[in-house]
Design a protein around this ligand. Structure first.
Ligand code: ADP
Ligand code: MG
Length: 284
């Protein structure tokens, strides 16, 4: 039989904008030891803005932006949206001859007869493109045309306003470990982790690296994974409790998750822990 407290707990959570798919997740929340966060869209707004367009001498900034916008035309990634927003012109989709989104890397496309790569350093390495090291405080999107580096686009994303506070509250509630996983660069990861008080971070991870990390890590302790779900669904299903953002989150994430935070506010996790402890009559 299902303990009565579970129903009360689920009801109370939903009043706080937190949907739990079963009462058993209250047990996990109650004793949460470790919380692993995805970065983009979870700890940051996930709303990227192009702040720099830096071509090599072969291209103008307008051309570089156009090339990138065309390559990104079929992608729903927040990075792709920011590039298309900055370009802000109609894309003639018939010019896109081939298109491939390489998860955790970026885009490879054939556009108007040219092979275009748009993505991170890993993508450049994968296709043996010599790309320079760049000093930029944010996410760098490299662009290559026909096998040669063509320039980069600098993109910034903001940390959500109340995240540092939310992390502090979780620690006060007895959460022992806070960890951030990201596909983004080491530099960006380090500055975000520092600013918000996350204990540990792992950067430049592919979606499958996140799964591997999780399988190795998740042994016996009570662990939550919190993500917006772009590429995160496999990890969400593996956590003791998978928590997804309901607003920004993808449909796949909401389906894979056990608990959904409707307004994407991660301070709701501490509310959920408190509610689980109250309804399961544990005093701390
Ligand atoms: P995160 O772990 O930060 O949520 P993702 O796994 O979605 O990030 O992507 C990891 C990295 O791969 C991004 O930071 C970006 O460098 C690159 N990337 C992924 N998709 C795209 C894309 N459509 N265009 C450009 N770069 C991309
Ligand atoms: Mg993500």
């Amino acid at each position: 039989s299902i303990p009565l407290g579970y129903f009360a707990g689920i009801g109370s959570l939903s009043k706080h904008g937190v949907l739990a798919k079963g009462g058993n997740y209250l047990e996990v929340l109650k004793n949460l030891d470790t919380i692993i966060f995805d970065k983009t869209g979870t700890l940051t707004e996930g709303v990227f803005e192009v702040v720099k367009v830096q071509p090599t001498e072969e291209f103008s900034p307008e051309e570089l932006l156009e090339i990138a916008a065309y390559a990104e035309s079929y992608s729903n990634h927040p990075i792709a949206d920011s590039i298309k927003k900055k370009y802000n012109k109609k894309i003639e989709k018939e010019l896109i001859e081939e298109y491939e989104e390489i998860s955790g890397h970026g885009i490879k496309a054939k556009i108007n007869g040219k092979i275009i790569l748009v993505g991170n350093k890993k993508l450049m390495n994968k296709f043996n493109i010599k790309a320079p090291d760049i000093e930029f405080h944010g996410t760098i999107v490299f662009v290559a045309v026909n096998g040669n580096f063509a320039g980069y686009i600098g993109i910034s994303d903001k940390i959500k306003a109340n995240v540092a506070d939310a992390i502090r509250k979780l620690k006060e509630l007895g959460v022992k470990h806070t960890i951030m996983l990201t596909g983004d660069s080491e530099k960006v990861a380090e500055s975000v982790a520092k600013e918000i008080g996350i204990d540990k971070y792992y950067a430049e991870l592919l979606p499958e690296d996140k799964v591997k990390f999780f399988e190795k890590f998740n042994s016996g302790i009570s662990t939550a994974f919190v993500g917006d779900g772009i590429n995160d669904a496999p990890v969400l299903t593996r956590a003791d409790v998978g928590i997804a953002m309901g607003g920004l989150g993808s449909d796949a994430a909401i389906e894979a998750a056990d608990v959904i935070i409707m307004d994407d506010d991660i301070s709701k996790i501490s509310d959920a822990i408190k509610i689980s402890r109250k309804t399961l009559k544990i005093t701390w």
